[in-house]
Design a protein around this ligand. Structure first.
Ligand SMILES: NC(=O)C1=CN([C@@H]2O[C@H](COP(=O)(O)OP(=O)(O)OC[C@H]3O[C@@H](n4cnc5c(N)ncnc54)[C@H](O)[C@@H]3O)[C@@H](O)[C@H]2O)C=CC1
Ligand SMILES: O=C(O)[C@H]1O[C@H](OP(=O)(O)OP(=O)(O)OC[C@H]2O[C@@H](n3ccc(=O)[nH]c3=O)[C@H](O)[C@@H]2O)[C@H](O)[C@@H](O)[C@@H]1O
Length: 477
């Protein structure tokens, strides 16, 4: 069997993964025509917009799209044509946590993957390599193969590969240009290995072969869940230790630094965030792993991973509690400025953002909340809050919450500032001006260890830093 020389790629799903990933493939493989298709007309229109007002904010992305769009990169809602033309199809659709039915709250909703797979089977009139890019439970490729084989036209052969994506939002382009590894899983058959080589060749246009790992299909699928679970586990571990620091007077920064110096542990992903981890994937993928473990009758394994998510929820509750306790045990009617709403800096994405939970908690305490984020659309903030607090009427939410055009506006006459996202502009804020316009005493709760606490204290702020005891309890020997 000769390997397919890939000249036309279709990516189903023009989201945070499909868009940047395939834009970079187009950039690095000018000989390949890459078409990204999506059912969402507004999203495709934004990708095609003449002023490059792209649907997602990602540093460096606009430049890549400017260079490739119309050359060998195309965005379209014509899913069928995209499928028909391609030699290789990435399935990069969303796989959110199921909200209802069997496995609700834990299992991945594979409906979008299944629909895309069925469409491929229905439309394709020639053989294709189908690549699972979405994060999916272990053995999903088998279901895809069954669907494709049961519905394929005579003469059409489908090879399924797993090629999970490891990019992080905010650094997507850098991660894609210089990945730690590209992982490709295939069946260990002649056809499977041949398909794997075809995809390797695409990546080999810019990724060294020593960074392209080829493994079995199930290992590849599980490695993606495992990587996210282990990254999140490190964050929950350091967050758990931050609670001990606060109770003992130890300093979590010093502890994390000392621990991370051990080369077996390493320094990355040990940054304590009082607001806990957010993002569309960590929680979803761990819950997915929990569900998988339970389905495999491994309750101890399920309980182990579940605890990572529980610790994260505890961290968010603990932070709200600290705000309330510090503000003299009540925030009713008090104005709290929340700086940042995205789940991390350099993205406009709010999925599972810890800021949503914090604002919800503040609403329950009857505070008045003013929010500012440099990238998140206002409409998105209202939608997120309504979804998080379905019992609140929209007017009630708008009575308690306002969205401001700048950080300075949000902080005006506030009693406390809560930094919920580590946007650089918050570090550079004119904190003296913020202080002058706030109610006194003026509190800053740095949920991201972003600002210079000593400098702010000198201005007059009362600064609360996670992982350190309250001011005055530091070691003074
Ligand atoms: N967001 C991230 O940073 C990362 C996400 N992942 C995984 O990648 C997958 C995609 O995630 P995102 O890009 O964030 O999701 P997303 O929600 O931003 O994009 C998915 C897109 O697929 C489209 N879609 C759904 N069904 C379709 C169909 N049948 N035909 C055509 N288009 C369809 C949707 O309209 C949507 O625009 C998920 O499985 C996620 O777990 C993996 C690594 C990083
Ligand atoms: O599957 C995915 O979706 C992706 O999930 C994460 O990427 P992402 O969620 O975009 O961003 P991260 O940088 O991992 O941050 C996730 C959350 O953890 C928090 N975090 C991160 C690092 C840290 O030390 N402490 C910490 O609290 C961040 O503030 C953020 O809320 C992984 O890092 C990616 O490898 C993976 O591809």
């Amino acid at each position: 069997m000769s390997d397919v020389n890939v000249t036309k790629i279709c990516c189903i799903g023009a989201g945070y993964v499909g868009g940047p990933t395939c834009a970079v493939i187009a950039l690095k493989c000018p000989h390949i025509k890459v078409t990204i298709v999506d059912l969402n007309q507004a999203r495709v229109d934004a990708w095609n917009s003449s002023d490059y007002n792209l649907p997602i904010y990602e540093p460096g992305l606009e430049q890549v799209v400017r260079e490739t769009r119309g050359r060998n990169l195309f965005f379209s809602t014509d899913v069928d044509r995209g499928i028909q033309e391609a030699d290789l199809i990435f399935v990069s659709v969303n796989t959110p946590t199921k909200k209802t039915g069997v496995g609700a709250g834990f299992a991945a909703d594979l409906n979008f993957v299944e629909k895309a797979t069925r469409r491929i089977a229905q439309i394709a009139t020639s053989s294709k390599i189908v690549v699972e890019k979405s994060t999916v439970p272990c053995r999903t490729a088998e279901s895809m193969r069954t669907i494709l084989e049961a519905n394929s036209k005579p003469g059409c052969h489908f090879d399924i590969l797993s090629n999970p994506e490891f990019l992080a939002e905010g650094t997507a382009i850098a991660d894609l240009l210089n990945p730690d590894r590209v992982l490709i899983g295939s069946l260990q058959t002649k056809a499977g290995k041949s398909a794997c080589r075809s995809l390797c060749e695409v990546y080999a246009n810019w990724v060294g072969l020593d960074h392209i790992l080829t493994v079995g299909l199930w290992s590849s699928e599980l490695s993606k869940l495992a990587a996210n679970a282990m990254l999140a586990q490190r964050i929950s571990s350091i967050n758990a230790l931050s609670a001990i620091c606060e109770a003992t007077g130890a300093n979590i920064d010093e502890v994390a630094h000392a621990v991370g110096k051990d080369t077996r542990i390493g320094p990355k992903f040990l940054k304590v965030r009082s607001v806990g981890f957010g993002g569309s994937c960590f929680q979803k993928d761990i819950l997915n792993l929990v569900y998988l473990s339970e389905s495999l009758h491994l309750p101890e394994v399920a309980a182990y991973w579940r605890q990572v998510v529980e610790m994260n929820e505890y961290q968010k509750r603990r932070f709200t509690r600290r705000v309330v306790d510090t503000l003299f045990k009540t925030i009713t009617g008090k104005k709290i400025a929340v700086l940042g709403f995205a789940f991390k800096a350099d993205t406009g994405d709010t999925r599972e953002s810890a800021a949503i939970t914090l604002v919800k908690h503040f609403m329950e305490e009857k505070a008045l909340i003013s929010i500012y984020d440099p990238q998140v659309e206002h409409e998105q903030i209202w939608m997120d809050l309504q979804e998080a607090a379905p019992d609140y009427a929209p007017q009630q939410i708008k009575k308690q919450v306002q969205i401001c055009p700048s950080a300075i506006d949000a902080c005006h006459e506030a009693e406390a500032v809560v930094i919920a996202t580590e946007w650089k502009e918050f570090r550079k804020l004119d904190w003296q001006a913020v202080y002058d316009n706030m109610s006194k005493p003026a509190f800053v709760f740095d949920g991201r260890l972003l600002v210079d606490a000593d400098k702010l204290t000198k201005i007059g702020f009362k600064v609360e830093v996670i992982g350190r005891g309250a001011p005055g309890t530091e070691m003074t020997i």
